[in-house]
Design a protein around this ligand. Structure first.
Ligand SMILES: Cc1cc2nc3c(=O)[nH]c(=O)nc-3n(C[C@H](O)[C@H](O)[C@H](O)COP(=O)(O)OP(=O)(O)OC[C@H]3O[C@@H](n4cnc5c(N)ncnc54)[C@H](O)[C@@H]3O)c2cc1C
Ligand code: SF4
Ligand code: SF4
Length: 233
């Protein structure tokens, strides 16, 4: 069971007691409506007692094993949905479009992903992007042109990033120029995770213009209706 919340056992600059423990004396993470499924709480939990499971619609959702929870509040403090960062409007905007018709045909918009990725590969760097396997979408690490086709194209279903944190940490510790491309909420989570890990010099991030990701369960149902043999979440 979680420890009782007191000002002594929660070391924080902010008034965490208000959000750490709810009226049922349980750790209170972001609501299903607000949670982006980034998995940062699970990654940060020192007791390893948070696992990401499929919630409503198949969206990723944290589940806490309360028998192991120490009530430290790290999950709450690290959650981007509970403490949103500040945003600023870009001061300059550029538009770009690939001059390679083949790449353009394989991309959803102007093919910027391919051009950005190639710039990283030329410098010995890597790119993280969303790849799909049936209805399952997951961020993968790509270090050469050969893997680029997997991350080209928009997948309108939530992409899991929980497995990518360790790879980002390893690349940054090896000073590998790294570029994470994803939805703004994923970028926020990755930047928070990488804060202090040479992120200033080695990590670049690209936010997509995103109107929201689709529910993996719905995408899976649609795929099954069209292709009865397909697997999904
Ligand atoms: C979920 C989603 C919602 C979008 N909503 C809008 C919108 O409202 N308005 C609009 O103008 N454009 C929208 N887009 C398109 C998007 O803004 C970019 O224009 C497009 O993904 C980039 O295309 P590209 O030609 O540069 O590269 P592409 O080769 O098409 O590259 C696709 C890039 O998107 C990433 N990606 C693909 N699927 C996902 C996913 N599920 N989660 C995270 N990253 C993913 C890949 O990592 C890759 O970097 C959306 C895209 C997605 C994935
Ligand atoms: S981070 Fe701390 S409070 Fe949150 S689930 Fe893990 S042990 Fe419990
Ligand atoms: S850290 Fe991410 S996965 Fe965990 S509750 Fe917050 S938004 Fe959801």
């Amino acid at each position: 069971m979680p420890q009782e919340s007191t000002s002594e056992n929660i070391s924080s600059d902010y008034d965490m007691e208000l959000i750490l423990i709810n009226s049922s004396n349980r750790v209170s993470l972001a609501s299903m409506n607000d949670c982006t499924g980034c998995g940062l709480c699970a990654k940060r939990c020192p007791a390893g007692c948070i696992s990401m499971r499929r919630g409503i619609g198949g969206f990723e959702w944290p589940s806490i094993d309360e028998s192991k929870c120490m009530g430290c509040g790290e999950c709450v403090r690290s959650c981007p949905a509970l403490s949103p960062g500040s945003c600023s409007r870009p001061s300059v905007a550029f538009a770009a479009c690939s001059n390679d018709d083949r790449i353009l045909g394989q991309s959803t918009s102007g093919g910027a992903t391919t051009s950005i990725a190639r710039a990283f590969f030329e410098r010995g760097g890597v790119v993280y992007g969303a790849a799909s396997d049936g209805a399952e979408v997951e961020h993968i690490r790509v270090d050469s042109d050969a893997g680029l086709s997997r991350i080209r194209g928009s997948k309108y279903s939530q992409s899991t990033i929980k497995y990518i944190y360790d790879r980002v940490a390893k690349d940054l510790s090896n000073e590998v120029p790294s570029c994470f491309i994803g939805t703004p909420c994923q970028v926020d989570a990755v930047r928070r995770f990488a804060s202090g890990m040479r992120a200033d010099s080695c990590l670049w991030t690209v936010d997509l213009i995103c109107g929201g990701v689709g529910a993996p369960g719905d995408v899976s149902d649609c795929l099954r209706a069209i292709l009865p043999d397909s697997e999904g979440p």
